[in-house]
Design a protein around this ligand. Structure first.
Ligand code: DCP
Ligand code: MG
Length: 614
């Protein structure tokens, strides 16, 4: 049997991809709501951390992920707003994403987290390339519509809009015909990016930092070169000529990537980069700082990895593979290290894969409290279902219709483990869950939300809760309710095609295949200590459910999120990721400050800097 063919490292630069990162996103959301905040130093607080701050604050030396107490010391007149309610950010994110989507022809618009978006604008660029007059590139007109030639803007196709990387000026002089062609497409893309950036700012009030290239990987990294309120295009040549010819052209892609720390490559997460770094450092004394033993040089660049003896897909598979790792992970990582990322920009999802609402508590241990919290959560859930899953009904003006019906309701809790003999409580991220079919009455648009909530809590959620926790002795620090397994309703699938039932079912099948959430119940046997402690089987169940990055392993299967190449929005439902990360807050081991789990690594790194500069 032959082993799987080695993936080629051949570049394919047929696409044009734009990456957007909104500047100081959370702070901007508040500024758009209240423009007076623009001129004051503004920080957004979650737990004891300033998760982000506006540019007025940054001008005064404040920065992201600083302790609130320190920020206040440094800048006593700073205005602090609370950012623990994520709804406003989610809504702003969605609005901006839809706005960008309205400019695309192929609907390829993919959200990464709340404040980053990829657009695949290959088709718009190709169309405008075909309209160029090669004798008068400077007076071009960018057509935003294929149907209406007046919709668009004039532009100068002989130059790039915004910054170029490398920024050495005239690339166009002696490049190959292939690169010439890539150059013109990138330039057209850069003008579109600039137009969209201006629209975002003028129409919506958000400034952004943008990168333009031929893949998600390169567009995202290129954008980082000039922040904020700016854009950078990664210029050709993307391919090097023969390696032996020292005078030959060098790939700007390799040159650019080589300067990055390995951990900065999207798709190579923190844990993966740690494994690669350990391997490279352990074997390479040159990278250890011999002059000063206090300084542990732990930065390993992409170049260090790329040129490391024996490095390649097989070695990377050895280093990164193993239980729970994605298949072909070595080849994927190797491609990324060489600047190759073929992952597609996903098309807009009309419907989220699930809607999940949760809150964390200090410890809830009585049924009336549970009922009260379930009411609060169910109210948000139904409201979210109404915003995300209803659309105006074209057949009944003024009425709304469901875009999709979720089929499953899941209740999850995170019980606190029993106290240790010394009175302390072990920390737990483990969730348990039970699910059942979502009752149909929830889709009623005649009954008020309160009535629906009451019925859902009494008839469905409380019985589900009893299946999770019988008897007494439980104490919960988190409750989550979630609807999943969306089935799109008919009318959208039959647009212009009559009410064709078989098409509808076929479509449903596809939709289900893509969105099927692994919906395993996790048995609650270990909870409350009333079932005896750890027999082998239970401790296995516990460790399986232990999430590696603070997100919900039960819902997403057994893999930790960081070892999965996270470039597509399919891999992880980012909305729950954010929610889960928010609730799984913890304490900094150095200063004991409370903060969301996702901020922890960056925050601790900040302490390291502090120590170095002392
Ligand atoms: N965020 C957070 N905690 C983190 C990272 C991000 O709460 N560890 C939130 C706050 C940010 C938003 O997500 O506003 C986007 O994250 P960015 O890292 O892109 O930060 P900003 O958009 O605020 O700043 P920049 O201008 O550097 O993009
Ligand atoms: Mg941002």
């Amino acid at each position: 049997m032959t082993s799987r063919a080695k993936p080629s490292l051949k570049r394919n630069d047929d696409r044009i991809i734009i990456h957007f990162d909104y500047d100081c996103f959370y702070a901007s959301v508040f500024e758009v709501e209240n423009p007076a905040l623009k001129s004051v130093p503004l920080g957004v607080q979650q737990k004891q951390i300033i998760v982000t701050c506006n540019y007025e604050a940054r001008r005064r030396g404040l920065h992201k992920l600083q302790l609130v107490s320190e920020a206040k010391k440094q800048c006593p007149d700073m205005v602090i707003v609370l950012g623990e309610q994520l709804d406003r950010f989610r809504d702003a994110s969605k609005m901006l994403y839809k706005f960008l989507e309205s400019f695309t022809w192929n609907n390829k618009v993919e959200k990464l987290g709340f404040d980053e978006v990829f657009l695949d604008v290959t088709d718009l660029v190709a169309y405008n390339q075909s309209l160029l007059n090669p004798n008068d590139l400077s007076h071009a007109f960018f057509n935003l519509s294929r149907d209406d030639p007046t919709v668009g803007f004039p532009f100068d196709a002989s130059r790039t809009a915004g910054y170029e990387y490398p920024g050495l000026g005239d690339t166009a002089a002696d490049i190959t015909a292939k690169d010439q062609e890539l150059l013109i497409r990138l330039r057209i893309g850069s003008h579109l990016a600039q137009h969209l950036r201006h629209r975002l700012e003028e129409d919506k009030g958000y400034t952004s930092t943008v990168g333009i290239s031929t893949s998600k990987l390169l567009a995202k990294l290129a954008g980082n070169l000039h922040k904020p309120k700016a854009q950078t295009t990664l210029m050709p040549p993307y391919e090097s000529t023969s390696h032996e010819d020292p005078a030959g052209q060098k790939s700007t892609v390799i040159e650019f990537l080589d300067t990055h720390d390995i951990g900065k490559i999207p798709g190579i997460g923190f844990k993966m980069s740690q494994k690669i770094r350990d391997h490279v450092l352990a074997r390479n004394v040159d990278l250890k700082d011999k002059t000063d033993s206090r300084v542990v040089k732990d930065s390993v660049s992409v170049r260090d990895v790329r040129l490391f003896p024996g490095m390649g897909p097989e070695l990377l598979d050895e280093l990164l593979g193993g239980l729970g790792a994605e298949r072909g992970i070595g080849a994927k990582a190797w491609a990324l290290i060489n600047g190759i990322d073929e992952s597609e920009v996903q098309t807009l999802k009309r419907v989220p894969s699930q809607i999940s609402i949760e809150d964390s508590y200090r410890g809830i241990s009585s049924l009336p409290e549970v009922r009260k919290e379930l009411r609060v959560l169910a109210t948000s859930l139904i409201n979210r279902m109404h915003t995300d899953l209803l659309e105006p009904d074209e057949d009944n003006p003024g009425k709304k219709r469901w875009l999709a019906h979720p089929k499953t309701l899941r209740l999850s809790t995170r019980p606190q483990p029993p106290r240790n003999p010394d009175g302390t409580r072990p920390r737990s991220f483990n969730r348990i869950s039970r699910s059942c079919p979502l009752p149909n009455f929830i889709f009623s648009l005649r009954e008020g939300v309160d009535a629906l909530v009451e019925k859902l809590v009494l008839e469905t959620l409380i019985p589900l809760f009893h299946r999770l926790h019988d008897g007494k002795g439980w104490s919960l620090n988190l409750i989550n309710i979630c609807v999943a397994n969306m089935v799109e309703t008919a009318s959208d699938t039959v647009k212009g095609g009559g009410r064709d039932i078989s098409r509808m079912f076929k479509h449903q099948e596809e939709v289900l295949k893509e969105w099927k959430v692994e919906d395993k119940d996790v048995p609650p046997d270990w909870v409350g200590g009333n079932h005896g402690a750890n027999d082998g089987c239970r401790s296995h169940a516990l460790s399986r459910a232990e999430p590696s990055a603070g997100n919900d392993a039960i819902m997403k299967g057994a893999t930790g999120s960081e070892d999965v190449i996270p470039m597509t929005q399919d891999a992880v439902d980012e909305e729950t990721l954010y929610l889960d990360e928010e609730s799984d807050s913890g304490k900094c081991s150095i200063c004991d400050a409370a903060m969301p789990a996702f901020a922890m690594a960056a925050h601790e790194r900040y302490h390291e800097f502090e120590n170095l500069s002392e």
